[in-house]
Design a protein around this ligand. Sequence first.
Ligand SMILES: [Zn+2]
Length: 551
Amino acid sequence: MTRPSSASHAASSALTLAFHGAAGSVTGSCFLLRLGDRSVLIDCGMFQGNKTLQELNRRPLPFDAAALDAVLLTHAHIDHSGLVPRLPLEGFKGPILATAGTVDLLGFMLPDSGFIQESEARRFSRRNRQRGEAQAEPIYSKADAERCLDLIHPIPMGMWRQLCPGMRARFWDAGHILGSASIEIEAAGQKSQPPVRLLFSGDLGPGDKPFHLDPEGPINPDWLIVEATYGGRDRVVLHPDERRRLLAETLKAAFARGGPVVIPAFAVERTQELLYDLDRLFDARALPMADIFLDSPLAINITRIFDRHLPDINEPGTPPPFARNNLHLVEDVEASKGLSRIKGAAIIIAASGMCEAGRIRHHLKNNLWRREATVILTGYQAPGTLGRLLAEGVRRVRIHGEEIIVKAQIDNFDAYSGHADRQGLLRWIESRGRIGRGTFIVHGEEAERQALAAALAAAQPSPHQGADASPILIPSFDSRWLLSESGPSPLEESVPPRISGHAASAPTDWHNDYASTMLSMGATIRALPDDAQRRQLLQKIQGLLRAAEHS
Ligand SMILES: [Zn+2]
């Protein structure tokens, strides 16, 4: 084991940490750790959710990418890795370090993300042309994403890796998805002080997942940066048999309504968990035989990666769950379009999981208005996404500019979780022992971060945290902190945050208000008894608009 080398300029320099994402929002994870003139980035995630947040993906990165010594990725989810292809475009030369599982997943996920960016840009350009506005550029292209893959290198779990003079890192299994890790970083201490140890939790798994064990980690870090996705929620932990029984019940009820069943699925992990459970249910004859269409080239490729990694992550001797006669892999677009003719008991699994992009939007357009159809939501839905709107029970939605009435049954099936709940987070934090200097709570909606902070404070004093318990902090978006021996202190920024803390944590923005206003205006006008009243109302609205124009 090598100690971090302590180049004198680094050893005598301040340690700072900036929160450039997942601070106030769940998405866009990105933390910049600096030791003097050395710097390391932990995650470079894409912002998902309302359009104000998504707009951040187009802005220049809020740091000098060319000056970074290394980038470390906790896992392959796009909200942790999706802006990685921007790094070389802004001058970064590498390396990007991740576990072998993450590297394999990114090989498909980043080019797929580039492809999505290009198709979105094409769609916006078409719309902009019609409006006489400028052409839309993709955030990055598929080719950009493929090029950046050369910079990504695997490092084994548990092995120290020198990042630059004064900093080294090692990965710990986080039990969240294939390849997911918490990252421990040692930074050279001031003068003759011992190294400072930081632990970034990444996303932590719940410990009851089909493919993973409980998350692990080192003890007694000086600084802990911990996620809080479910910081305020306790889940009923279901035995896998019970989870499958509930899934079978939900599907049987859906088939009884006439079908089909549409499942917006996260391509990584949730899709494979579902396929695994469906495989067990069909084999046990707990479900009437029905076709499963996996309609996502990305999810198909990821499932193949799971197949390869199964020996590492599955119970020995378990038969491969991803090869069945009634499982159809739908790779090409024409076959996908053909699925619009599917009626009756069939299951269509398509990405993306929050219904923001991909083939799922076509399936929703085809099925949301059908009373006999069922949509099963199987994962976290970020505020402002179409998935969240459906989960909240809206009756009308807009997809690709078209208004669709929601008559299908919408089921929130929350028996799967990729994330530890409040109890799981508290257990994992307690297992880390005494946190020497401070805990930063990130990656959660505001209420979840507050709830975890309160639960941690209530857990004190514990055997580890006496009267001298270290502070628990909720950093704001784009804030930067000095991490010194005496504790954390916020630094004054010369540049204001890219968006306000309020906008970073607001679940919806004006685009959402606009869409819901347009929808309810259309419905109200159509519901009026006659055309005279419709014209009267429209004149009033136009009067308001004219007044706003002149104010
Ligand atoms: Zn994740």
